[in-house]
Design a binder for this molecule. Sequence first.
Ligand code: SF4
Length: 70
Amino acid sequence: MKKAYEGKEIKVYFDAEVCIHSGHCVKSLPTVFDVKKRPWIEADGAPVEDVMRVIDGCPSGALSYERREA
Ligand code: SF4
């Protein structure tokens, strides 16, 4: 099941059942993806372009996003 993480400019979705734990997201953008924090995704933790780039690189498709209208 997907969970949503709301940011000001972007809404990030994560599906734990799909994640293969490659570590790509946490290594690429630790200010947004930090498993030690709750919630572990801080959608506003980096510029929105960086957040989208890292999500696009998720190898399993567990991460996705919806851009908010400005
Ligand atoms: S990049 Fe995707 S598959 Fe890799 S740990 Fe993050 S959510 Fe999971």
